[in-house]
Design a protein. Structure first.
Length: 267
């Protein structure tokens, strides 16, 4: 399993680097919007047993519209027009598609949550790409977040003995959590000296430690959703990694953190 994870990473990372470094923001947006829709679909399948229904289709359409609003917002993190349209559209659509009145509230809540849990949070990656130093911000975000995931996985696999939460995620350990935190701090400093001198040592320490904590909260949050649905992985889309949602669960939390840190603290 470990070798498969490394193999998939070795294939994907160079392609991702080329896309961000040498292409315009549009192909990156297309990749991210696709990831949003796949992640949303995996989320909806945790709740809905049928492969497709009106709520799933509506959620995917609204998620795509929300991603477009972020792309067109020119680094303003309040695409309020799209949010207003989505809120009204979801409610009106369920007026005509509801099959059992008893399930209407649940269907509407699940649809909304899928749109904003994945579409809204992932949209901050689009905003990061549109900022000054956008390419470096994307590299920093993914490198530090993935370093935390890798640190937690390998430290937990080889040294983990004390479980963090048997109910939510039985394989996660305190040792893995420490490995994640150490990895994110280390990678934040490497990124700063490698390609992002705009950050100070204090920025690297604060962001690295913050990523190490909040990325694990993002991971645990997705595990909570999966455990409540009785599944181990959101899908089997990526060999040895699980589904799209399994790969972006940490990014859903670290992307807004980085965006607001750069916007309001670094200016």
């Amino acid at each position: 399993m470990g070798l498969k994870r490394v193999f998939v990473t070795v294939i994907f990372v160079p392609l991702f680097y080329i896309l961000v470094k040498y292409f315009s923001p549009l192909p990156f947006f297309i990749l991210l919007a696709s990831g949003v829709m796949i992640g949303q679909y995996e989320f909806y399948r945790l709740f809905y047993k049928e492969r497709i229904n009106a709520s799933i289709v509506l959620g995917l359409i609204c998620g795509f519209l929300l991603a477009i609003s972020f792309y067109l917002s020119n680094s303003h993190a309040s695409p309020t027009i799209s949010v207003s349209i989505i809120l009204i559209l979801v409610l009106i659509t369920h007026l005509f598609t509801v099959k059992r009145i008893e399930s209407a509230l649940t269907d509407i809540a699940v649809t909304f949550f899928g749109i904003f849990y994945i579409g809204w949070l992932m949209g901050h990656i689009i905003l990061l790409r549109g900022m000054g130093h956008g390419q470096n911000l994307i590299f920093f975000l993914f490198l530090v977040t993935w370093a935390g995931d890798a640190g937690a996985y390998y430290t937990g696999s080889y040294l983990g003995k004390h479980r963090l939460s048997y109910v939510i995620s039985p394989k996660k350990t305190y040792e893995g959590a420490v490995g994640c935190l150490a990895s994110t701090i280390l990678m934040a400093f490497i990124a700063k000296y490698w390609f992002f001198s705009y950050l100070t040592d204090t920025d690297s320490l604060v962001l690295g430690a913050s990523f190490g904590i909040i990325s694990q909260l993002g991971d645990f949050s997705e595990s909570l959703l999966k455990r409540s649905a009785g599944v181990k992985d959101s899908s089997f889309l990526i060999p040895a990694h699980g589904g799209m949602l399994d790969r972006i669960d940490s990014l859903l939390f670290t992307a807004p953190l980085l965006y607001y840190y750069i916007k309001f603290i670094k200016g």
